[in-house]
Ligand binder design. Structure first.
Ligand code: SF4
Ligand code: SF4
Length: 73
């Protein structure tokens, strides 16, 4: 499962990542205590296909995706 990191300081809440993602990974969140600011979080990152379209569409370069390595224990 990839690790998707969104820099919430950079995110402007435009929602482009959610619109473009074929697997509906992103969820909108509204911060009630901060002028109702809208941000997006990778709530369902287990669905991610690593297509990287969200990275390309983000105007704030706020998305980072790390491919997790599988290790055997
Ligand atoms: S595309 Fe980037 S700036 Fe826009 S909501 Fe997604 S993470 Fe935030
Ligand atoms: S890499 Fe593709 S599938 Fe994964 S979150 Fe971004 S747009 Fe969605």
């Amino acid at each position: 499962m990839p690790e998707i990191i969104i820099d919430l300081e950079k995110c402007n809440g435009c929602g482009k990542c959610r619109e473009i993602c074929p697997k509906y990974v992103f969820k909108k969140i509204i911060f009630n205590n901060d002028n109702k600011k809208i941000k997006y979080i990778p709530k369902w990152s287990d669905r991610c296909l690593l297509c990287t379209m969200c990275i390309g569409v983000c105007p704030k370069k706020a998305i980072l995706i790390k491919k997790k390595k599988f290790t055997s224990k």
